[in-house]
Design a protein around this ligand. Structure first.
Ligand code: FES
Length: 72
């Protein structure tokens, strides 16, 4: 789970509501300039923020509920 913020400009990543993945559904794709991020690591493999990472969000799943630790 990552903050919905592209490391390039800070824009939200989804290109339409709740759609974050590329056509092949194997990478996260930024809505603005098309940067591509590995789903498992948040590492940018292509685009203007190549070699940067999405900001991870600490979380756990308990009984089907996602619990998120908010930043200080
Ligand atoms: S704002 Fe995400 S790639 Fe430019």
């Amino acid at each position: 789970m990552y903050c919905n913020s592209c490391p390039h400009t800070g824009v939200g990543l989804e290109w339409i509501p709740d759609r974050f993945l590329n056509h092949e559904k194997d990478l996260i794709q930024c809505s603005l300039h098309g940067a591509l991020f590995e789903i498992e690591t948040g590492y940018c493999i292509h685009g203007p923020c190549a070699r940067e990472r999405l900001t991870p969000v600490e979380h756990v799943i308990e009984n089907g509920t996602v619990l998120v630790r908010l930043p200080d």
